[in-house]
Design a protein around this ligand. Structure first.
Ligand SMILES: Nc1ncnc2c1ncn2[C@@H]1O[C@H](COP(=O)(O)OP(=O)(O)OP(=O)(O)O)[C@@H](O)[C@H]1O
Length: 275
């Protein structure tokens, strides 16, 4: 009899109230290792709150979050990161006055624990240099190696941001709207890049752009009113009557529903506020 592997990420009856209002109302989700999952849902459904609960920025009011079979709810973002979960924020995460190479090396050295001793730092430096070169190549940023992060194009900054996120070696990656603000062509390239650099990793994205969702995700988790009402392949989610029903009710929701049902990319930008 084979021993079942733990899920890469599991939410069990997760809850979060702000004051008296329960925003996350018993969310359940079980993500297998290596799956790419897009979290979608109407505005205000609780997608960002879920990401904040998973990454430790918010403490749950109830329920559990498990990472590779280990409970992480109640831990700090730092500890959760050390246990193998990394979240990419917007470009503000970068050191704007350091070069592309130096940004990647910082990410690598931080994960290698350079803080502990100077000698360990030196020992790690050679290895970090080599791995930073490899990452540069993966990110298609070789030509930008010595340019300051602040001088990159927006799309390049987002690529570097993802590079710094994965540099730490985490095996579960959370990306907040990775292609927000990009042109259609940039988005198409970026989806391919994300796929390449996250091979073998588990990926969760919060996403409004259905083009990205259908281009990137193996599975879609539909969050409505603080619960995961469907979690399945894009095709099955599209055909799910409960998803169709839950999306009805507002113009924006109608637009999103149409996009889900047709697999079309949304033309307009989102009103998602980065945290
Ligand atoms: N810190 C907070 N204090 C009080 N209410 C909050 C807080 N954070 C989020 N909320 C509320 O929780 C609800 C869900 O917000 P959240 O940002 O998680 O939704 P979302 O699905 O990510 O929405 P969007 O698609 O618009 O980004 C909203 O009504 C929001 O006002």
């Amino acid at each position: 009899m084979s021993v079942q592997q733990p899920y890469a990420l599991e939410l069990r009856d997760l809850r979060k109230a702000f004051g008296k209002t329960e925003i996350i109302r018993g969310a359940n989700l079980a993500v297998q290792k290596g799956e790419r999952v897009a979290i979608i849902g109407p505005n205000g459904a609780g997608k960002s709150t879920l990401f904040n609960l998973i990454s430790g920025r918010l403490l749950p009011s109830g329920g559990e979050v498990q990472l590779n079979g280990q409970r992480i709810d109640g831990k700090t973002p730092y500890d959760i990161n050390r246990l193998g979960l990394a979240r990419s924020f917007q470009v503000s995460n970068l050191f704007s006055k350091l070069s592309v190479f130096e940004n990647l090396r910082c990410g690598l050295l931080w994960s290698a624990g350079y803080k502990y001793t100077f000698f360990r730092f030196l020992a790690n430096l050679h290895d970090a240099n080599q791995r930073a070169e490899e990452l540069l190549h993966k990110l298609h940023l070789e030509k930008r190696r010595d340019d300051l992060a602040m001088n990159l194009t927006y799309a390049e900054q987002r690529a570097l941001e993802i590079g710094v996120t994965i540099a730490g070696g985490a095996d579960v990656i959370l990306l907040d709207e990775p292609t927000a603000g990009m042109s259609k062509t940039e988005t198409a390239h970026f989806i391919e890049l994300i796929k390449e650099v996250t091979v073998g990793k588990t990926l969760l994205t919060v996403e409004h752009d259905m083009g990205v969702v259908f281009g990137l995700a193996d599975k879609i988790a539909v969050v409505v009113y603080g619960q995961v009402i469907a979690f399945d392949t894009p095709e099955k989610v599209r055909a799910n009557a409960a998803v169709q029903e839950a999306y009805l009710g507002s113009t924006l929701a109608d637009n999103q529903a149409n996009a889900v049902l047709t697999g079309a990319s949304q033309a307009e930008g989102s009103d998602y506020v980065a945290h």
